[in-house]
Design a protein around this ligand. Sequence first.
Ligand SMILES: [Zn+2]
Length: 457
Amino acid sequence: MNIIIHLTESFESEKIYVCDYIFCQRLGFQVSYRYGNTSEYLLEMPGGLKLVVKDVYFDMLRGKVAYSQACLPEAPEYLSIEGVSDPLPVFYGSPELVQDEHSILRADIIGMFFFYLTGWEQVVDSERDSHGRFSALRSFAWRNNLLHRPVLDEWIDALRIIFLKQVPQIDNLPIVSADNQMRLSHDVDWPYLFYSKSMWASFERSARFMLRNHQSLFSIILSPLSWTLSQFGSSFRDPYDTFDLIMDVAECNGVKSTFYFLANTEATYNADDYCLTDSRIQEIVRHIDRRGHSIGLHGSYHAYNDACLLAQEFKLLLDVCDKLNIGSEPHSHRFHYLRWNTFMTPSILEQAGIGEDCTGGYADIPGFRFGTCHAFPLWSLKECRKINVTEQPLIAMERTLLDDNYMGFNNLEALEYILDLKKSCSTVHGCFSLLWHNSCLSTALDRDLFTKSVCMK
Ligand SMILES: [Zn+2]
């Protein structure tokens, strides 16, 4: 179905980026654009019917860049729409919908989508945590109790309802569902506990692990034996070798897992210095592929800010996968420690030739960093253009929920939080993307929580 959108030429690329996403990708319209001198978006629909959407955000910008500290939103107001379960937040424009022969939506959905999809508030706020990350606690979404809601997806559903009511010629506007209901992924920071090159390093690492996990002295004493066996390719009693367990659980639920491997040739922050050219690592890569699961790149600690480094790492992974005859070429990626520079990173991903990124979540609180659980094309605030990389937002990471540094939940609380997020994704026909490290399945309790979190029944 065709619609025509009339808009002004100022910030034309930004407006078309958002309109393409809302009306083409998410609502399935064929859109053509016309330019005029008006401070609103005029949508012409079949039968000559019109919907006016107020342009508040771009109209208030008075500069060359599409964001400004002065334009940061204040606390939202809420708009109730018949047929939509929860009132929708409005933080540009006013919470008003007039549905008449021609309708007027005074909430600036284009400005609100641009705010969420580009994350520009993270450019005008320079405060960062010890890993250089923007904290969820500083985000507009968290401060306004919206981080647990896929706000943009809720707006898409509301627009579908508005269109169906407004235009009698549209008897059905199909829901565009995400390709997968669930994405399961695993950052391989520590492939094996007993993998260290020296027995002493392995013993020390094992002792720390065993004490932290309240294991017996017997287990610690056994570690030199495990290390010796690991030198011959055995992973006897290695608590991080959970690759098969993960794939078993995924397969039982009809889900494919993606394992993100580090490809930095030097050690990266708080991860093992394993190398993709080691035969033991190549064997596990081959094994994952044989079982029909995917391999992706885990960009190292500094790569989020370094296009050359990321490109080198991606090339090494592609070369190794090519040599191993891996069935599907890796194209997916996530940064170590979920590091992200809102201004630079989208362009860096594109320059490295990466097709899909799955970093998009906060490390300290789970939820909807981009306001959506559907895939979307990234936007470069640096280059003012759409980037040829698809972002698949990350909704939850097990460490965020369980680590004392973050939320510090017990397993029961964590499961409840995960199931709530999963339900929110399902309500908006989106994808629940869950990250679970292979090195965080060492105890029966962890394995039980993982299994229950993935369960699709
Ligand atoms: Zn990592």
